[in-house]
Design a protein around this ligand. Structure first.
Ligand SMILES: NC(=O)c1ccc[n+]([C@@H]2O[C@H](COP(=O)([O-])OP(=O)(O)OC[C@H]3O[C@@H](n4cnc5c(N)ncnc54)[C@H](OP(=O)(O)O)[C@@H]3O)[C@@H](O)[C@H]2O)c1
Length: 159
């Protein structure tokens, strides 16, 4: 099984504020959909609650310490091990948020990163630092939307 992460982050690794994203980039949501469609996706309880509903066409796995947490359209698990056991695809995607990225980071082999030319000191959640000693980067594409430039970069672990 390959553990991959997918995230959109700002210049200083900002990923969100008040349980929401800090930008509106519909083209990035399309990228997210294309990359994750058909796969198992693992997320924290707060990220699940930030979505309008479970993401269709993917097996949604939600981590919570509350085994009775009801996540319609998703499976609730209470540990990283159980989240991976519930995954049904060879490539499983960690889709956030901050705590979950941090916990799975040592297991991740691929990072699908949207680097957004955005910074804010009001963010309250961050992605871990990506060290270029450990990761090889390949730029997949770049664009601009709503006045924000972004790049899609695939990082593959080299050690
Ligand atoms: N920019 C992006 O691409 C992106 C992607 C995803 C999320 N986000 C943003 O990230 C923020 C949410 O992230 P967050 O860090 O606050 O919360 P989160 O990681 O989504 O959820 C945290 C919760 O997950 C559960 N959890 C985590 N690890 C667990 C474990 N090992 N075992 C059992 N339960 C576990 C706990 O739930 P309980 O409290 O129920 O025990 C914990 O409180 C929002 O602002 C969201 O918009 C951004």
């Amino acid at each position: 099984m390959t553990v991959s992460m997918i995230v959109a982050k700002g210049i200083n690794n900002e990923i969100g504020k008040d349980n929401d994203l800090m930008w509106h980039l519909p083209s990035d949501l399309k990228f997210f959909k294309a990359v994750t469609m058909g796969k198992s996706i693992i997320m924290g309880r707060k990220t699940f609650q930030s979505l309008p509903k479970a993401l269709p066409g993917r097996k949604n796995i939600v981590l919570s310490s509350d085994k009775d947490f009801i996540a319609p359209g998703a499976v609730t698990v209470t540990s990283i091990e159980d989240a991976l056991k519930e995954s049904e695809t060879e490539e499983v995607f960690i889709i956030g948020g901050a705590g979950v990225y941090k916990e799975f980071f040592p297991l991740a082999e691929k990072l699908y990163i949207t680097e957004v030319e955005f910074s804010s000191d009001e963010a309250d959640v961050y992605f871990p630092e990506i060290s270029l000693d450990t990761w090889n980067a390949e730029i997949l594409d770049e664009g601009e939307e709503n006045g924000l430039k972004y790049k899609h970069i695939l990082y593959i672990r080299n050690k």
